[in-house]
Design a protein around this ligand. Structure first.
Ligand SMILES: [Zn+2]
Length: 351
């Protein structure tokens, strides 16, 4: 009994020392871990100022297409959004993207029963605002956005997100606010880009005669080779926000196929085929394939230069999500594209 007691005291002391060391180790560890996250995390996209449309104006074709596809009860209000945004001096693309997200693609009760397309709350805390007509709701949203952007200087999507959907908000028990910035950005991309407070950072990179395929990202999510017992005949390029981004021609050539091969609706269960597909003949037995485009690409017969836009990234056909599937064929046999893309600083999958 006495012996046990004597052994017990040093043991307790030892345990306390170990605990202090563990606590110290983790606090210092977290310190370094945090620094690492800020500087080296390449997975997190840097949203910042969004990308611009190609022309600097609203891409009216995409505008109509997206409002029809995702607008729900907003479908007939496209012109009203344009008018209100112009009056308020704000970007109609940003306004519509926020509205599509805030109304869960034009289906929310706030929109349907309260004509409230911006998720605007009563300042007295009594919940969502109600408007007599949808036009009035859109006008009020325009004024609010004007105040946030022009008066308060909240220019980036992240700035706006921090007001519209603060990450630690009490009224966000399911943690949905974290999707605000990526979703609004995704709709902006689908609409072709912003027309204000934006910058074109996606420079087309050409090395020798070869261009990098998706200026938006260099992330390769799947390489050439056997996958699930089948040959994956190309590489997959994807990263968050890639939907609707430009795909450019690998090299100079002639478009010999531009068609829907398989289904329009993507998915691994229901989708089939390459979806919207472009094939370019580069001569000397070399062809390239670009699959799962968002919509029909550049027409058959087009002559293209390296780096020229041929389509937009999508998820049509047999596809697990928005990405570009790219193949190089030599005499109609697929070869590993990475051998031709060594000069580009690509982010390869770690496995
Ligand atoms: Zn693929």
């Amino acid at each position: 009994m006495k012996k046990l007691f004597i052994v017990g005291i040093p043991l307790v002391l030892l345990l306390i020392i170990i605990m202090i060391m563990v606590i110290l180790f983790f606090s210092i560890g977290y310190l370094f871990f945090d620094f690492g996250l800020d500087e080296f995390n390449e997975e997190e996209p840097e949203w910042g100022v969004g990308r611009c449309t190609q022309t600097g104006e609203v891409d009216m074709e995409l505008w109509k297409e997206i409002i029809e596809l995702h607008g729900g009860y907003l479908q007939k209000s496209g012109d009203k959004f344009l008018e209100v945004a112009e009056k308020a001096g704000i970007d109609p693309v940003l306004m519509l993207a926020i509205s599509i997200h805030e109304t869960a693609r034009g289906t929310s009760d706030a929109l349907v029963f309260r004509n409230n397309p911006g998720g605007l709350m009563n300042p007295d805390g009594s919940g969502l605002m109600r408007f007599d007509t949808l036009d009035k709701g859109i006008e009020s949203m325009g004024k609010t956005l004007h105040n946030r952007i022009i008066k308060d200087g909240l220019i980036t999507i992240e700035d706006l997100g921090s007001v519209y959907a603060p990450l630690d908000a009490a009224n966000d028990p399911n943690g949905l606010n974290q999707y605000w910035v990526p979703n609004v950005n995704d709709y902006i991309n689908q609409l072709g880009g912003l027309t204000m407070n934006c910058e074109n950072t996606n420079e087309i990179e050409i090395r020798g005669e070869t261009a990098w395929l998706v200026p938006y990202t260099k992330t390769i999510t799947s390489t050439f080779g056997q996958r699930w017992g089948k040959l994956h005949a190309g590489i997959d390029i994807a990263s968050p926000g890639i939907y609707g981004q430009s795909i450019v021609a690998f090299r100079e050539g002639t478009v010999i196929v531009s068609e829907l091969s398989g289904t329009v609706d993507g998915g691994l269960e229901n989708g089939s085929g390459y979806g919207y597909l472009v094939v370019i003949d580069h001569g000397d037995g070399m062809k390239t394939r670009y699959a799962h485009l968002a919509k029909k690409g550049i027409p058959t017969g087009s002559k293209v230069k390296a780096g020229e836009r041929i389509g937009l990234v999508g998820s049509t056909g047999h596809s697990s999500g928005p990405h570009l599937h790219f193949e190089i064929l030599l005499d109609d046999k697929p070869v590993d594209p990475l051998g031709y893309l060594e000069e580009f600083d690509l982010l390869l999958p770690s496995e």
